[in-house]
Design a protein around this ligand. Structure first.
Ligand code: APR
Length: 320
């Protein structure tokens, strides 16, 4: 069987980290693409030279030519600009929408059979636009948000309860923004739901509420500390988990920004929901039962995503 090919569109902070992780895991050969000349080539050379030290065997190349992504099995898109302090993800809309158009056309022309994972923000709008511009099937284009948001939620809960991160399992739904919905009822420590742990006196509702809020603004907290850009280690790790689920037909259930048509009462929209990822891409949207609070939270999120899509259509008439 031929080696798998992973194309990374955008060779910035996340792109470089994705390439390193994909190489370490030997997911396949890696092509780093960027519009800036020299950067993908330089990073590819530097990363190739990690091989002898770390013991991985992966061919890593850098390019400014979309032709080099031909035949890619997985494409992870981080092209665009990242947030600076004081900016919301939505502030990136105008610039990154143009980038999605170029990337979507590049993918359609060169690698239309790939499984495409979008990370560029504002995520829910950009993954929708990328799908529209590329024309790929909805099940082959998905956004990375929920895996990262859940990882943030899990980290804070593990710290709160003083337990291993391995035992914490959490769920975050909705848009990748301030309206995301960390679902406390479905979040557990080794199967014990968080509300039960609160009843057992191991935390308080106030502290859990504060953790939910910190999760919602988890990206902004890092932007505020870094000052020159946004988070990249955990976003890259999350993108790789999704790529592995597809490449190895793992049938993992992961919260992703996926296309919904009817599930959760939502029509024709990309929003964060649990999905099953396997060799056919997004194989199923999992519809879990939500309490009234979570339902209302999801609706707020859906409305916020819809507003962004309207803004996209206003900027680029071909999307209307
Ligand atoms: N095509 C390809 N690459 C592009 C294009 C384009 N049209 N426009 C910009 N880029 C490249 C930049 O040259 C840069 O190398 O995208 C890269 C972005 O890298 P960073 O600025 O380091 O941003 P990063 O931290 O990797 O985040 C990328 O992911 O999480 C989101 O909000 C984040 O939208 C941002 C994206």
């Amino acid at each position: 069987m031929a080696r798998k090919k992973i194309a990374l569109i955008g060779a910035g902070n996340i792109g470089g980290t994705l390439a390193h992780l994909a190489a370490q895991k030997e997911l396949g050969d890696i092509v780093l693409f960027d519009v800036v000349e020299g950067v993908p080539q330089g990073k590819a050379l530097d990363l190739s030279q990690c091989g002898p030290v770390e013991g991985f065997d992966a061919k890593i190349t850098g390019t400014n030519d979309y032709k080099d992504i031909a035949g890619a099995d997985v494409i992870i898109v981080t092209a665009g600009v990242a947030r600076k302090p004081g900016m919301s993800r939505d502030d990136l809309l105008g610039i990154n929408l143009k980038v999605m158009k170029a990337v979507g056309e590049g993918i359609a022309a060169n690698a239309p059979d790939a499984f495409v994972i979008c990370i560029t923000n504002p995520l829910d709008a950009m993954v929708w636009a990328l799908r529209e511009f590329s024309g790929l099937p909805h099940n082959k284009v998905v956004g990375m948000a929920g895996v990262l948001d859940s990882a943030r939620f899990s980290t804070f809960l593990a710290w709160e309860f003083g337990v291993s991160i391995r035992d914490v399992n959490t769920f975050v739904l909705g848009g990748h923004g301030d309206t995301m919905v960390p679902v406390v009822e479905y979040s557990t420590v080794n199967g014990i739901p968080v509300p039960d742990l609160v009843k057992m006196g191991l935390s308080t509702q106030e502290r859990i509420d504060a953790i939910v809020q910190r999760t919602r603004s988890g990206g902004g907290e890092i932007v505020g500390l870094l000052k020159t850009g946004s988070a990249f280690y955990a976003p890259a790790a999350s993108g790789i988990a999704m790529a592995e689920a597809y490449l190895n037909d793992q049938k993992r259930i992961l919260p992703c920004a996926a296309y919904v048509s009817g599930e959760y009462g939502v029509e024709d929209l990309y929003v964060g929901v649990p999905v099953l990822i396997g060799a056919n891409g997004v194989e199923k949207v999992i519809e879990i039962e939500l309490d009234a609070d979570a339902k209302a939270g999801l609706q707020v999120s859906v409305d916020a995503v819809k507003e962004l899509l309207e803004a996209c259509k206003g900027i680029d008439g071909s999307l209307a």
